[in-house]
Structures are given as C-alpha cells and as structure tokens.
Design a protein around this ligand. Structure first.
Ligand SMILES: Nc1ncnc2c1ncn2[C@@H]1O[C@H](COP(=O)(O)OP(=O)(O)OP(=O)(O)O)[C@@H](O)[C@H]1O
Length: 335
C-alpha cells in the first residue's frame, strides 16, 4: 500500500474496475443460443486512475460519454467495489460503507432521485434526519440556511411529483447535504436545468464549499458549471486520466489558437485578414480571427502596423472548443 498524502480528503491509487458483460445475439434464436452457451467479455471501465484531493478542493471531472466518470464516483462512494487499486475517502475505505464514512460523504446523481415521489420533500428530509441522526438544532439550522440559499420556501410541502425539475433538483441537493457531508460527489447535478436554475445550483455548491470547507468532485456536461466552480480539472478518457491540472493549462494544452478580436476604424475585406490568421469573421467594423498560440505577438504587431485598428484583444478559446478538439467531437460538453 502507498501512503496517502497526509490529510488528503480523497486518495486514489491505480484504481481499476472491470465489468463482465454478457452478450446475446439479437432475436429469438440469439436468446436460445445464449441460453446454451453464454458469451461474455470484460469491459475495463476504469484502468489505473490515481489522484489526491486536498480538503476543500473543488475539481471538475470531465471526459466523453462512457469514459468512466460515474464508475469512479460510485467506487469513491462505496457503491461499487474496485477490481483493483486503493481508495481512501476522508480516511475511510469506501467499500466498507461504515456509518461514520457515510456521514462524511454524499453522492448526488442528477439522473437519479432519492426523494420519495408521492410525499412532500420535507418528509424525505425527516427520514434523512433520522438515518443520519442529525440533532434537532443542527437540522433546524441547516434547513434554515438551505431554504434561504436555495429558495426552498413554498416548495417543501408540495408533493415531489408536482415539483418542476429545477425545484426537485434543489430539494434533492438539500436532502443529500442535510447531514453536512465533507466530501461531495456530484454527478451531473445540473442536468436538464434551465440556465437560471443551473446558476442557483452552482451558487449553492459554491456557498456550501466555502461555508463547510467541503471537498467536491463534480462532473458536468455544462462547462459553465466547471469553469464557475473548479480550478483544477481531471480529464478521463477510456478509463485513464489524461489530464490533471489547472483549467488554464487545459486550455493551453488544447493547442488550437487564440482568438484575436479587432475593432477597426475602416472596413477591411475578410480576404485581406486571412493573411494574418484562420477562421476570419468580419461584421462591419468588427472582426475576429484565430491565430496560432506561438504567433500571437508578431501577428498582433503586424495587424496593428498594417491596419487602422481602434482596439485589439486576444482571448483563449472557450473551454467547449478545447474539449471538442481534445475528443474529436465526442460528446463531452454542452454550451
Ligand atoms: N453496470 C455496468 N455493466 C457493464 N458495463 C458498464 C456498467 N456501467 C458502466 N459500464 C461501461 O463502463 C464504461 C464507463 O461507463 P461510465 O458510466 O462510468 O462512464 P461515464 O464517463 O460516466 O459516461 P457518461 O458521461 O456517458 O455518463 C462504459 O463503457 C460503460 O458502457
């Protein structure tokens, strides 16, 4: 066993998970055949992942569909047993699912719900209060705080089935955090929500992280969640970590170019600008073009010397474009 980094909130070394998948040919004959001789194969969903998270750290966990994100989060929360490697979360071995471990963590899956459908959310909260043995004063204080930050007033007593998706997601989050866990595994917590709801969920997560110093691992197809909350990004592809570092470094690593925006004093033809970069767009006196990273300074200097430029700015490409480039169009991001 390697020694966990002292005080790491999450310690993962060479984590692995394989699933055995039974395959069946289509149709009735296929069913009969598979009955006689079952074909199975191994799917290596997670293949030797290692990282450590410090207490209070918020990381974005990104990767294309099927990369192994959910499988990793399930192993970190003890729902799945690893096929190999080491995991420690808040000093516990997740697979043992000790009560004290469960009090320290939470797993929120945007696509699954834990609230009881036919009852008001408040009833599910009371069930959680009992399960986690939350003392009354702490329960009341947390409810008060969540009601304020999430705007739960007026929806707690409605049957969950009658809530909008956004209202339900807010209640799901409140239920999942009622016991004030210190390590949060959030799998697509804003999926399907409109932009305003996404923003309030984000604000809630940020507030919770600051208030309780909680460690957060967040997966999301919405890059705005990731850029708003996380500075460090882990990228997984086909079960392996392919990037661990700053958001800014990931953008750089994407290669690609930088976007140069120009405000001109006199109109210029798009064709004339193509000598300075690619993807040229001209709209009246505004123009933009993409310039290779290493060429930004000399090209900007030439643009300023050759044209009547009122203003020039240089920007990194949006993270959506970087991820699309890294994964060749596989679905990683939504705008
Ligand atoms: N219960 C299972 N049995 C067999 N294979 C599975 C099971 N769960 C996941 N897999 C496979 O493991 C791989 C990783 O899946 P996982 O759900 O962890 O990916 P993900 O990164 O969360 O993807 P997404 O972004 O689509 O949710 C995929 O190839 C998937 O088909």
């Amino acid at each position: 066993m390697t020694t966990p980094t002292p005080d790491a909130a999450v310690h993962v070394r060479d984590l692995r998970k394989s699933y055995t998948v039974h395959e069946k040919e289509p149709g009735f004959l296929g069913s009969l055949r598979s009955f006689v001789s079952r074909q199975s194969r191994e799917v290596e969903a997670v293949r030797g992942v290692s990282f450590d998270l410090a207490p209070g750290e918020v990381v974005g966990f990104l990767g294309p569909n099927g990369a192994g994100k959910t499988t990793t989060l399930k192993m970190l929360s003890g729902l799945l047993h690893p096929s190999g490697g080491e995991v420690r979360v808040a000093g516990f071995e997740p697979r043992r699912r000790q009560a004290e471990f469960l009090r320290r963590i939470t797993l929120v899956m945007g696509q699954k719900q834990q609230l009881i459908w036919d009852l008001p959310a408040l009833d599910s909260f009371l069930v959680n209060q009992a399960i986690y043995e939350i003392p009354d004063p702490q329960y009341r204080a947390t409810m008060h705080e969540f009601t304020e930050v999430l705007g739960l007033e007026g929806i707690l007593k409605k049957q969950v089935r009658k809530l909008s998706l956004g209202e339900r997601m807010k209640c799901e989050l409140a239920a999942a955090l009622l016991h004030r866990p210190r390590v949060l595994f959030l799998d697509e917590p804003t999926i399907g929500l409109d932009v305003n709801m996404q923003e309030s969920v984000r604000a809630f997560i940020r507030d919770y992280n600051e208030r309780y110093g909680a460690t957060v691992i967040l997966t999301s197809h919405y890059m705005a969640d990731v850029t708003a909350l996380a500075r460090r990004i882990l990228v997984i592809d086909r079960g392996q970590l392919v990037f661990d570092g700053d958001l800014a470094r990931l953008v750089e690593r994407g290669g690609g170019g930088k976007t140069v925006r120009l405000q001109l004093r006199r109109p210029v033809e798009a064709a004339a600008l193509s000598a300075y970069g690619s993807d040229v767009k001209v709209d009246g006196l505004s123009a933009e073009l993409t310039v290779p990273r290493a060429e930004v300074s000399p090209r900007a200097a030439r643009l300023l010397a050759d044209l009547d430029v009122a203003d020039l700015t240089v920007e990194d490409p949006p993270i959506e474009a970087v991820m699309a480039e890294l994964f060749g169009g596989k679905e990683v991001v939504r705008g």
